[in-house]
Each structure stands twice: as structure tokens, then as C-alpha cells.
Write a protein that binds this ligand. Structure first.
Ligand SMILES: Nc1ncnc2c1ncn2[C@@H]1O[C@H](COP(=O)(O)OP(=O)(O)O)[C@@H](O)[C@H]1O
Ligand SMILES: [Mg+2]
Length: 299
């Protein structure tokens, strides 16, 4: 039997509308940029985590970073957050060298990072109190953020009383409460089941639309990256470098119905080819062990 595959458009053949969208995007102010950025960890073993990363992130952009595990994604976002110092090149925020973490950047991680001994509301108040001291304004602001992520009813719940998705919503509210210009998210939905994950993706798009924020989002889920982003940076391993920066042609506003459109599938295929190159002729053969007698023919 011959398999017929679908003809997909080349995502690089941009329509005028898509060209215009990205021209406009690149005229906005640059929020974050890197120039020949490299990070090498030297310890017992020297690890070159990333090499020669050149990128500009524009105001209000939603940028995803995709790549196989160990590819340097977390290292890159940690440099942008100011937790890691470049060993080569530079990383800048609004044109100034990044010196360390700051309230202009909020972070959300994959692992749940809420304080287990504080309620949802108190978790959000924690950072605000460090910045502004204790006050009733801080409490009402925390409540507004909880409302914003749809968790007003859970203000007095402790993290162990919340589902994974709710915990991440509190973490997002907490990151947004200090009014950062940039939200850095390292696989924030990686630990969630697929249904919750899908809800959180739609939720994040709503948040991004409603507040003035630039988002850098790490994921290894290709659908998630295509669904959410304006541009997608694909990293290749050994050493990690930018393989390609994809300008995502999928139109906004986005909806889950777009998952099966030719544009969506074309971007997805391109990312897949970059991340897992398949060599049909040299396909790896698994050794075959016969543990039980074979049953009926299955193929
Ligand atoms: N603090 C560190 N010390 C030494 N090696 C590290 C450190 N952090 C990350 N690495 C190494 O750098 C490489 C990239 O890691 P990471 O940025 O975490 O990748 P990813 O997030 O894409 O999975 C990996 O080989 C990892 O083991
Ligand atoms: Mg990582």
C-alpha cells in the first residue's frame, strides 16, 4: 500500500499579511537582546551549555524556545533572568548589560515553587511586602491578581489544597504582581496533564493579551510553542546553538481549531525536522528478543 502524504506550504513563503505582521513586530523596542552569548560551565567536567546565541526580543512579543532536553534552554533563560553570568558575549535588557535579577523580570518555573506554609493570597503578598512593606493595599492588590487568574475563591487555600494547574496560576499571579515588563517561563506547564495544560495555554494567551508584557516561554512541546508564539527559537544540541528562528504564520487570535490548519502543520513539521531529523534509510534497528512465542500476525 502506498501512503499519500499531505502537501504542506513552506512556512518561509510568507503571505503579505504575515510579512507585515513581523515587520511591525521588529519595529517595536527591543526588550532583551544577546550578542554572541555563550555559557560554559567549568567544574570537574567542562560543559558548553550554549554557544553564539544572537537574538532580540521585541516589546509585547511572545517568544518560545524549543529544543531537546539538555540543549541549554534553561541556561539561556537563566542568563536573561540574571541568575547566570555569560562566559562569552553579552545579554542586555533594554540596551543595558544584565547585572542580576530585577523586578523588571518575573519568573515561572516547571516545578511548583509556592511556599507551602502560605496561602495562595499570602504567596502573592510575599514579594509585594518585600517591595512595599505590609499594608492593606498589598492585600487588595494580591486579591486583584488572584481574581485575574480566576482563583478568588481559593485565596485562603494552601498549595497542597490546590491542583497543579491552580498552583501554576498562583505562581503566574505572583510573578505578575510585581509588575514585570518581561515574564520568563521555563516549561511552566510541563508537569500538568494534557487537559489542564490546554486550559493553561488558553489562559496564558488571555493574560498576555490583557496586560502589557513580553513573554519568553520554554517548552519541549511543539504544539504548545506553535499555538502560543509569535516567533519560535529552535535550539540544536552539541553545542547548543540556534538552529532556526521561525516566524510563526498562524494567524491571531488563536484557537485550538487551528491545530489542523496547513500553516500550523507546516510549522510543526519544520520544527520536528529540526529537532528530530529522521533518516529513513538508516533507521535504528532495535535488537529483537523473543520472550514469548509470537501470537497472530500484526502487520
Ligand atoms: N550549573 C551547572 N553546572 C554544570 N553544568 C550545567 C549546569 N547547568 C546546566 N548544565 C549543563 O548544561 C547543559 C544544558 O543544560 P540546561 O540549560 O539545563 O538544558 P535544558 O534546559 O535545555 O534541558 C546540560 O548538559 C547540563 O547538564
Ligand atoms: Mg531545562
Amino acid at each position: 500500500m502506498t501512503m499519500k502524504s499531505i502537501e504542506l506550504p513552506d512556512y518561509k513563503q510568507q503571505s503579505d499579511a504575515v510579512k507585515e505582521r513581523f515587520n511591525k513586530l521588529k519595529q517595536r523596542p527591543v526588550e532583551l537582546s544577546t550578542e554572541n552569548l555563550g555559557v560554559t560551565f567549568s567544574g570537574k567536567k567542562t560543559v558548553e551549555a550554549i554557544r553564539d546565541v544572537n537574538l532580540s526580543v521585541y516589546n509585547r512579543e511572545f517568544l518560545s524556545i524549543l529544543g531537546a532536553s539538555g540543549c541549554g534552554k534553561s541556561t539561556l533563560i537563566r542568563v536573561l533572568a540574571g541568575f547566570e553570568t555569560p562566559t562569552n558575549g553579552s545579554a542586555k535588557i533594554q540596551g543595558k548589560e544584565i547585572q542580576g535579577p530585577g523586578p523588571d523580570r518575573g519568573m515561572v518555573f516547571q516545578s511548583y515553587t509556592l511556599f507551602p506554609w502560605l496561602t495562595a493570597k499570602k504567596n502573592i503578598m510575599f514579594g509585594l511586602e518585600l517591595q512595599h512593606g505590609r499594608s492593606s493595599i498589598v492585600e487588595s492588590e494580591a486579591m486583584q491578581w488572584l481574581d485575574f487568574v480566576g482563583l478568588t475563591k481559593f485565596a485562603d487555600s494552601y498549595p497542597h489544597q490546590l491542583s497543579g494547574g491552580m498552583k501554576q496560576r498562583v505562581a503566574i499571579a505572583r510573578a505578575l504582581a510585581s509588575k514585570p515588563r518581561i515574564l520568563l517561563m521555563d516549561e511552566p506547564f510541563g508537569a500538568l496533564d494534557s487537559q489542564t495544560r490546554a486550559q493553561m495555554q488558553s489562559h496564558l494567551i488571555q493574560i498576555w493579551k490583557n496586560i502589557d508584557i513580553t513573554i519568553i516561554f520554554i517548552t519541549h512541546d511543539i504544539d504548545e510553542a506553535v499555538y502560543l508564539s509569535d516567533r519560535i527559537i529552535v535550539l540544536e544540541p552539541n553545542p547548543s546553538r540556534i538552529a532556526e528562528i521561525i516566524e510563526n504564520p498562524v494567524a491571531r487570535p488563536r484557537s485550538p481549531q487551528q491545530f489542523l490548519t496547513p500553516e500550523f502543520l507546516a510549522v510543526k513539521k519544520r520544527v520536528e525536522d529540526l529537532i528530530h531529523p529522521r533518516h529513513d534509510d538508516k533507521e535504528e534497528q532495535l535488537p529483537v528478543f523473543k520472550l514469548t512465542p509470537t501470537g497472530n500476525e500484526i502487520e
